[in-house]
Design a protein around this ligand. Structure first.
Ligand SMILES: Nc1nc2c(c(=O)[nH]1)N[C@H]1C(S)=C(S)[C@@H](COP(=O)(O)O)O[C@H]1N2
Ligand SMILES: [Mo]
Length: 209
């Protein structure tokens, strides 16, 4: 815990310096092919285009909250930015390349629990299904965002805009769905893209050493 705090403090200091120097603080990320993981899968790793959300008619990103909720809603990016902000320092680890963080830094967004509270989750919902523009899917138990308030829908990473994605600290990267377009509350055991391929539905990383 203390080590994590020191790393966080160090990182924030570096980030501040970069911002002051107006250097491009975009981290260099290893591009690891996950083709092996999907050898026997019909799902193919897409190459989504940043800044485009072709499935939606409006010029702005929209996230649909639907299914077993009292108040179904379409949340635009500007509405998302008007909601209470949460900052989370976290690392993303890919299950196919667990030795090294793919992304590490500060994520800014809105608590998933806040959004679910606004929508009003119905009693019979047991799972949250997440859908991305590229067809990728993941899921969480319905109570997870209330147990882990660091689960956010992020729209900024290290002070740079990103397409809305889930930040799921301490969970494998496949829970960190990018290009999020739909959140659906369901009353059955929905499994996402990786989860239905046999990767743990409970994706907490635990000991990494
Ligand atoms: N929409 C979408 N989200 C996704 C994926 C994907 O293929 N499509 N891959 C997941 C996996 S397996 C990982 S490890 C992380 C990688 O995140 P990054 O591309 O930001 O490094 O995104 C996750 N979210
Ligand atoms: Mo991954």
């Amino acid at each position: 815990m203390e080590k994590k705090l020191i790393v966080a403090a160090f990182f924030i200091a570096i980030l501040a310096i970069f911002t002051l120097l107006r250097l491009d603080s975009e981290p260099k990320v290893d591009q690891v092919s996950e083709k092996e993981i999907f050898q026997n899968s019909s799902y193919e790793q897409p190459s989504p285009i940043l800044g485009e959300n072709t499935s939606q008619e409006v010029g702005e990103w929209v996230i649909e909250v639907t299914g077993l909720v009292e108040r179904p809603m379409n949340i635009t990016l500007s509405q998302l930015k008007d909601m209470p902000q949460t900052l989370v320092f976290s690392e993303l680890y890919c299950v196919g390349y667990p030795g090294k963080a793919r992304k590490q830094g500060l994520w800014k967004g809105v608590k998933l629990s806040y959004i679910l509270e606004r929508a009003g989750v119905k009693e019979n919902a047991i799972k949250i299904a997440f859908y991305a523009q590229d067809g990728f899917m993941t899921d969480l138990p319905v109570d997870e965002p209330f147990k882990n308030e660091e689960i956010i829908i992020a729209y900024e990473f290290n002070n740079e805009s990103i397409e809305p994605r889930l930040v799921a600290p301490d969970m494998w990267g496949y829970k960190w769905i990018k290009y999020l377009i739909r959140i659906e509350l369901v009353d059955y055991n929905f499994l996402g893209t990786y989860e239905s391929e046999g990767y743990p539905d409970d994706a907490y990383i635990g000991e990494r050493s």
